[in-house]
Design a protein around this ligand. Structure first.
Ligand code: GLN
Length: 205
Protein backbone atom coordinates (compact mmCIF):
# COMPACT_ATOMS: atom_id res chain seq x y z
CA UNK A 1 0.00 0.00 0.00
CA UNK A 2 0.97 3.56 -0.40
CA UNK A 3 1.99 4.72 3.08
CA UNK A 4 5.72 4.85 2.63
CA UNK A 5 7.17 2.15 4.83
CA UNK A 6 10.38 4.08 5.16
CA UNK A 7 8.65 7.27 6.29
CA UNK A 8 10.00 8.08 9.72
CA UNK A 9 7.56 7.20 12.48
CA UNK A 10 6.49 10.28 14.45
CA UNK A 11 8.52 10.67 17.64
CA UNK A 12 6.39 11.49 20.66
CA UNK A 13 8.06 12.48 23.91
CA UNK A 14 6.71 11.69 27.37
CA UNK A 15 7.93 13.89 30.17
CA UNK A 16 9.46 11.23 32.40
CA UNK A 17 10.40 13.08 35.59
CA UNK A 18 7.54 11.73 37.66
CA UNK A 19 4.13 10.11 37.33
CA UNK A 20 2.27 7.91 34.86
CA UNK A 21 4.96 7.53 32.20
CA UNK A 22 4.98 3.86 31.26
CA UNK A 23 1.35 3.65 30.17
CA UNK A 24 1.78 6.65 27.85
CA UNK A 25 4.85 5.02 26.35
CA UNK A 26 2.76 1.92 25.60
CA UNK A 27 -0.12 3.99 24.20
CA UNK A 28 2.28 5.86 21.89
CA UNK A 29 3.58 2.53 20.57
CA UNK A 30 0.00 1.36 20.05
CA UNK A 31 -0.70 4.25 17.68
CA UNK A 32 2.38 3.52 15.59
CA UNK A 33 4.61 6.29 16.91
CA UNK A 34 8.00 6.11 18.58
CA UNK A 35 7.99 7.00 22.30
CA UNK A 36 10.86 9.05 23.71
CA UNK A 37 11.27 9.46 27.48
CA UNK A 38 12.15 13.07 28.22
CA UNK A 39 14.33 13.92 31.21
CA UNK A 40 16.75 16.50 29.85
CA UNK A 41 16.46 19.36 27.36
CA UNK A 42 18.43 17.35 24.78
CA UNK A 43 15.67 14.69 24.81
CA UNK A 44 13.31 17.29 23.30
CA UNK A 45 15.33 17.58 20.10
CA UNK A 46 13.44 16.37 17.01
CA UNK A 47 10.24 15.54 18.85
CA UNK A 48 7.03 15.73 16.84
CA UNK A 49 4.78 15.94 19.92
CA UNK A 50 5.04 15.84 23.70
CA UNK A 51 2.91 14.27 26.43
CA UNK A 52 2.79 15.78 29.92
CA UNK A 53 1.57 12.87 32.05
CA UNK A 54 -0.39 12.65 35.28
CA UNK A 55 1.36 12.71 38.61
CA UNK A 56 1.69 15.51 41.11
CA UNK A 57 1.74 18.90 39.47
CA UNK A 58 3.61 20.71 42.26
CA UNK A 59 6.43 18.15 42.18
CA UNK A 60 6.42 18.20 38.40
CA UNK A 61 6.77 21.99 38.24
CA UNK A 62 9.76 21.84 40.55
CA UNK A 63 11.45 19.11 38.56
CA UNK A 64 10.76 20.79 35.20
CA UNK A 65 12.42 23.95 36.54
CA UNK A 66 15.30 22.01 38.05
CA UNK A 67 16.06 20.14 34.82
CA UNK A 68 15.83 23.31 32.73
CA UNK A 69 12.90 22.01 30.68
CA UNK A 70 10.42 24.86 30.99
CA UNK A 71 11.80 27.18 28.33
CA UNK A 72 12.51 24.46 25.75
CA UNK A 73 9.00 23.03 26.20
CA UNK A 74 7.51 26.50 25.77
CA UNK A 75 9.51 26.97 22.62
CA UNK A 76 8.23 23.64 21.24
CA UNK A 77 4.70 24.90 21.91
CA UNK A 78 5.45 28.23 20.25
CA UNK A 79 6.57 26.50 17.10
CA UNK A 80 3.32 24.54 16.97
CA UNK A 81 4.42 21.16 18.30
CA UNK A 82 1.31 19.27 19.47
CA UNK A 83 1.03 18.72 23.23
CA UNK A 84 -1.16 16.40 25.29
CA UNK A 85 -1.44 17.01 29.03
CA UNK A 86 -3.26 14.47 31.19
CA UNK A 87 -4.45 15.19 34.72
CA UNK A 88 -1.44 16.91 36.37
CA UNK A 89 -0.35 17.69 32.81
CA UNK A 90 -3.63 19.53 32.25
CA UNK A 91 -2.95 21.61 35.36
CA UNK A 92 0.49 22.55 33.99
CA UNK A 93 -1.06 23.67 30.69
CA UNK A 94 -3.96 25.70 32.13
CA UNK A 95 -4.01 29.49 31.85
CA UNK A 96 -5.67 29.82 35.25
CA UNK A 97 -5.69 27.77 38.46
CA UNK A 98 -8.53 28.38 40.92
CA UNK A 99 -7.56 28.97 44.55
CA UNK A 100 -3.96 29.76 44.53
CA UNK A 101 -1.22 28.43 42.35
CA UNK A 102 0.29 30.49 39.58
CA UNK A 103 -0.22 29.02 36.13
CA UNK A 104 2.84 27.20 34.80
CA UNK A 105 2.91 26.89 31.00
CA UNK A 106 -0.33 28.86 30.48
CA UNK A 107 -0.96 27.46 27.01
CA UNK A 108 -4.63 26.55 27.31
CA UNK A 109 -7.58 28.89 27.81
CA UNK A 110 -9.17 27.08 30.75
CA UNK A 111 -9.36 27.43 34.51
CA UNK A 112 -8.92 24.31 36.64
CA UNK A 113 -9.27 23.52 40.31
CA UNK A 114 -6.76 20.96 41.56
CA UNK A 115 -8.41 17.90 43.10
CA UNK A 116 -11.68 19.60 42.21
CA UNK A 117 -13.76 16.43 42.21
CA UNK A 118 -13.34 16.32 45.99
CA UNK A 119 -12.17 13.80 48.50
CA UNK A 120 -15.09 11.39 48.34
CA UNK A 121 -14.41 11.02 44.66
CA UNK A 122 -10.65 10.72 44.95
CA UNK A 123 -10.73 8.17 42.16
CA UNK A 124 -13.60 7.10 39.96
CA UNK A 125 -14.42 5.91 36.48
CA UNK A 126 -17.12 7.21 34.18
CA UNK A 127 -18.29 6.93 30.61
CA UNK A 128 -17.75 10.23 28.87
CA UNK A 129 -19.55 11.63 25.90
CA UNK A 130 -17.00 12.67 23.33
CA UNK A 131 -18.81 13.54 20.11
CA UNK A 132 -15.70 15.22 18.71
CA UNK A 133 -13.92 11.84 18.90
CA UNK A 134 -16.68 9.62 17.55
CA UNK A 135 -19.94 8.12 18.70
CA UNK A 136 -18.69 5.59 21.24
CA UNK A 137 -18.34 6.96 24.76
CA UNK A 138 -14.85 7.32 26.10
CA UNK A 139 -14.12 5.52 29.34
CA UNK A 140 -12.48 7.92 31.78
CA UNK A 141 -10.31 6.96 34.75
CA UNK A 142 -10.07 9.90 37.15
CA UNK A 143 -7.44 9.98 39.91
CA UNK A 144 -7.51 13.07 42.15
CA UNK A 145 -8.46 14.81 38.96
CA UNK A 146 -8.59 18.53 38.31
CA UNK A 147 -12.01 20.01 37.71
CA UNK A 148 -12.28 22.29 34.68
CA UNK A 149 -14.11 25.30 36.12
CA UNK A 150 -14.02 27.57 33.06
CA UNK A 151 -13.46 26.93 29.35
CA UNK A 152 -12.46 30.16 27.65
CA UNK A 153 -13.45 31.11 24.13
CA UNK A 154 -10.18 29.93 22.58
CA UNK A 155 -10.62 26.37 23.82
CA UNK A 156 -13.03 23.71 22.60
CA UNK A 157 -14.57 20.90 24.66
CA UNK A 158 -13.81 17.40 23.34
CA UNK A 159 -15.45 15.34 26.10
CA UNK A 160 -17.74 15.84 29.08
CA UNK A 161 -18.43 13.86 32.23
CA UNK A 162 -21.92 12.47 33.01
CA UNK A 163 -22.84 15.80 34.67
CA UNK A 164 -21.85 17.66 31.52
CA UNK A 165 -18.64 19.10 32.91
CA UNK A 166 -15.76 19.41 30.44
CA UNK A 167 -13.04 16.80 30.91
CA UNK A 168 -11.11 17.00 27.63
CA UNK A 169 -10.31 20.22 25.83
CA UNK A 170 -8.38 21.38 22.83
CA UNK A 171 -6.92 24.69 21.76
CA UNK A 172 -5.25 24.38 18.39
CA UNK A 173 -2.59 21.73 18.81
CA UNK A 174 -2.79 21.66 22.61
CA UNK A 175 -4.90 18.83 24.08
CA UNK A 176 -5.66 18.16 27.73
CA UNK A 177 -7.71 15.69 29.72
CA UNK A 178 -8.70 15.66 33.40
CA UNK A 179 -8.70 11.85 33.23
CA UNK A 180 -6.04 9.28 32.31
CA UNK A 181 -6.61 8.12 28.70
CA UNK A 182 -3.43 6.02 28.85
CA UNK A 183 -5.01 3.69 31.45
CA UNK A 184 -7.67 2.29 29.13
CA UNK A 185 -7.36 0.60 25.76
CA UNK A 186 -9.10 3.47 23.96
CA UNK A 187 -6.44 5.18 21.90
CA UNK A 188 -8.51 7.94 20.33
CA UNK A 189 -6.71 10.76 22.14
CA UNK A 190 -3.25 9.46 21.34
CA UNK A 191 -4.38 8.97 17.76
CA UNK A 192 -5.62 12.55 17.64
CA UNK A 193 -2.17 13.66 18.78
CA UNK A 194 -0.65 11.77 15.83
CA UNK A 195 -3.20 13.39 13.49
CA UNK A 196 -2.20 16.84 14.76
CA UNK A 197 1.41 16.02 13.89
CA UNK A 198 0.33 15.18 10.36
CA UNK A 199 -1.76 18.33 10.12
CA UNK A 200 1.21 20.41 11.17
CA UNK A 201 3.42 18.77 8.57
CA UNK A 202 0.71 19.31 5.97
CA UNK A 203 0.22 15.63 5.29
CA UNK A 204 -1.66 12.74 6.89
CA UNK A 205 0.52 11.15 9.60
N1 GLN B 1 -3.99 15.87 42.03
C1 GLN B 1 -2.81 15.95 41.23
C2 GLN B 1 -2.28 17.39 41.18
O1 GLN B 1 -2.92 18.28 41.64
C3 GLN B 1 -3.06 15.42 39.83
C4 GLN B 1 -3.42 13.97 39.90
C5 GLN B 1 -3.05 13.16 38.69
O2 GLN B 1 -2.32 13.60 37.82
N2 GLN B 1 -3.49 11.93 38.67
O3 GLN B 1 -1.23 17.61 40.70
Amino acid sequence: MSTAANDRRPRIGVLALQGAVREHVAAIRDVGAEPVEVRLPRDLVDLDALVLPGGESTTMRKLIDEYGLREPILSLARTGTPLLGTCAGMILLADRIADGDEPYFALLDIEVRRNGYGRQLDSFEADLSAPALGEAPLHGVFIRAPLVTVVGSRAEVLAADPDGRPVAVRQGRVLATAFHPELTGDRRLHRLLVELIGERAGRPA
